[in-house]
Design a protein around this ligand. Sequence first.
Ligand SMILES: NC(=O)c1ccc[n+]([C@@H]2O[C@H](COP(=O)([O-])OP(=O)(O)OC[C@H]3O[C@@H](n4cnc5c(N)ncnc54)[C@H](OP(=O)(O)O)[C@@H]3O)[C@@H](O)[C@H]2O)c1
Length: 308
Amino acid sequence: MAAKSKILVLGGTGYIGKFIVKASTEAEHPTFVLIRENTVSHPEKSKLIETFKASGVTLLYGDLHDHESLVKALKEVDVVISTLGGQQIDDQVKLIAAIKEAGNIKRFLPSEFGLDVDRHNAVEPVVSFLAKKVNIRRATEAEGIPYTYICSNAFAGYFLPTLGQQNVTAPPRDKVTILGDGNVEAVFVSEEDVGTYTIKAVDDPRTLNKTLYLRPPANVLTFNQLVSLWENKIKNTLEKVYIPEDQLLKIIQESPFPANLMLALGYSMLVKGDCTNYEIEASFGVEGSELYPEVNYTTVDDYLNAFI
Ligand SMILES: NC(=O)c1ccc[n+]([C@@H]2O[C@H](COP(=O)([O-])OP(=O)(O)OC[C@H]3O[C@@H](n4cnc5c(N)ncnc54)[C@H](OP(=O)(O)O)[C@@H]3O)[C@@H](O)[C@H]2O)c1
């Protein structure tokens, strides 16, 4: 069997990055994380960095804006996964330039981890945000860098603990707001599973120059199905307030940032069905739970049990 690729994670101390790092070490890939020197003394992140060390991660110090540090780090590895945050999407052109210079990278996974940025019906401000990821895709392809794009759909931990309700800290027990008619299928994937599927993809020829979509069948649910699942668990019927599409569009336009961004993501996902409203064709993509049926993914049903 070929040796497992050496993986460098940029953004490993971020929200999704830490799950990618964990999955990489658990799958026994030699794992490297590029860390900014100031982050080492950050009160919470320093603890995370200690857990990285304890699990055998090699820490490399550097910065996205320090070209030499990037090239040096890239030369140590075979695969680079970017989990840089929303503010750094554009600046991944610097990473692409470093990958070109290093010349040894077998696969690049840019910071995606959401909807397919080439296939959506979003409105502003989401359109502009997704356009940045599109630019990074095109720049990667133009440079001939081997890639895999991970379209993980909604992170369960972002959405399920509140059922997507604004300004709450727990799933609703009396009243729920539903965008659109609630009959559009969306997809919710636990962060651990995003990590697991992403790491499985890095050495898989079937995902080379393809998009890996995560649509685990038990987690493809309409909002109405989600609410009904929750109602069965709490043995209570919620009052349902539906926001029709035209009203939602008006609210998005009138809301300040970041509420408009969250609502516009909801519009794309829950009203237009952008997680599921196209077929995954072999020419451009593959689906994770089909490729890796051995993954015992966390179902939405199980996930919600933690909040009863
Ligand atoms: N599908 C969903 O539901 C969903 C939800 C959220 C995010 N996402 C997507 O997931 C991806 C990652 O987002 P996130 O929220 O996990 O990111 P995040 O928590 O904001 O983490 C950003 C990471 O980038 C690092 N970083 C920032 N500036 C850097 C620099 N100059 N040099 C090196 N590293 C730098 C940060 O390091 P420090 O620790 O040093 O600050 C941190 O590790 C994004 O593409 C985002 O759109 C998807």
